[in-house]
Design a binder for this molecule. Structure first.
Ligand code: P6P
Length: 337
């Protein structure tokens, strides 16, 4: 395989971005490269998960009450490790950990950022070889530099995010991240072991023909959601249809597809779980940041996801995210109730 020297690696890209910001310290670029390193290490294990005894339940149950797969723990430790030993992060919170982790050493306490992540989202799909992913969110600390980070650093609304991204371990491995300067996608090139810029300046199409939702919960959704789903099924060529239903039970894969091709992903609340299943801080906020930076929208059905003031590290929220025009149409059903 001939490596095209004209394709920037993640490291080259972040450094080039840095050159365009003379006042920048480089901490964010370093942090993103650290995340890229951890992603490469996790990718190796994900790719051979079927071959080694890393499958199967880890025997414990996480704060979500879900069986923890060994890869979850491995991924959690990889991301926490590179961030703890880097120079840009004062602490982390993770889906796999009940509480946030303060790194509390001299260098980390001086670091400007904290990171929240879901180390391996969709891990229930590991054993059946369906794409899974890592989701991360970066905030500037509100606590005093030089001292340990505090819980307030992690309970900021999503509109305070500095950067957010995800890794999708699929037919190829991609790292997509957004800053306020745009959304860019990098595909892991095995020939050089580097993430290389493959999807510059990602824009979410204003509309699409894919709707993603778990139909199994249909009769537990609110009426407006049911009416929108029914409308999606009735569309024909005269009104932008027919639509296709695509839902593989791995949020990273479903939202990634809709981000690139256009579409809407919904995980609504239900009569028995009004806040739905997805976590605000390390699943919904990062994707909301990414999709909005690409021109799409993300709400909880009533308000912008990124305007929600968090009160708990692991709080859930209903999630509607995707192409702007499709989200606007959904609102006409939700607001008519
Ligand atoms: P359900 C995976 O467990 C996950 O958190 C998301 O990645 C995915 O979109 C959702 O749950 C699937 O949940 O209830 O439809 O199986």
């Amino acid at each position: 395989m001939i490596t095209n020297r004209n394709i920037l690696t993640l490291d080259e890209f972040t450094i080039q971005q840095l050159r365009g910001l003379p006042a920048a310290t480089g901490e964010l670029s370093t942090l993103l490269r650290d995340i890229g390193l951890a992603a490469k290490r996790v990718n190796v294990e994900v790719n051979k998960a079927g071959l080694v005894d890393i499958l199967g339940d880890y025997g414990s149950v996480n704060v979500q009450g879900e069986d923890v797969k060994k890869l979850d723990i491995f991924a959690n430790n990889q991301f926490m490790g590179v961030l703890k030993h880097g120079i840009s992060c004062a602490g982390i919170s993770s889906e796999e950990l009940d509480e946030f982790v303060v790194f509390d050493d001299e260098v980390s306490n001086q670091s400007k950022y904290v990171v929240q992540f879901d180390p391996l989202d969709g891990s229930g799909n590991i054993d059946v070889n369906i794409s899974i992913g890592t989701i991360f969110s970066v905030y500037r600390r509100v606590s005093t530099l030089g001292k340990p980070c505090t819980k307030e650093d992690f309970l900021q609304p999503g509109n305070a995010q500095v950067a957010a991204g995800y890794v999708i371990y699929g037919s190829s491995t991609m790292l997509v991240y957004a800053t306020r300067r745009g959304v860019n996608g990098f595909t892991l090139d095995p020939s050089i072991g580097e993430f290389s810029l493959s999807h510059p300046n990602i824009q979410c199409p204003a509309s699409g023909k894919t709707y993603s939702v778990n139909h199994g919960h249909f009769f537990r959704y609110e009426k407006g959601v049911q009416q929108y789903i029914n409308a999606c099924q009735k569309k024909d060529t005269t009104d932008g249809g027919p639509y296709t239903q695509r839902y593989i039970g791995s949020m990273v894969a479903d939202v990634h597809r809709n981000l690139l091709k256009g579409g809407i992903f919904m995980y609504p609340g239900t009569t028995d779980k009004p806040n739905g299943k997805l976590r605000l801080l390390y699943e919904c906020n990062p994707f909301a940041f990414i999709v909005e930076m690409a021109g799409g929208r993300a709400t909880n059905g009533k308000q912008r996801i990124m305007d929600i003031q968090p009160t708990d590290l692991h709080q859930r929220t209903p999630m509607f995210i995707g192409s702007k025009d499709m989200m606007d149409e959904l609102d006409t059903y939700l607001n008519n109730q």
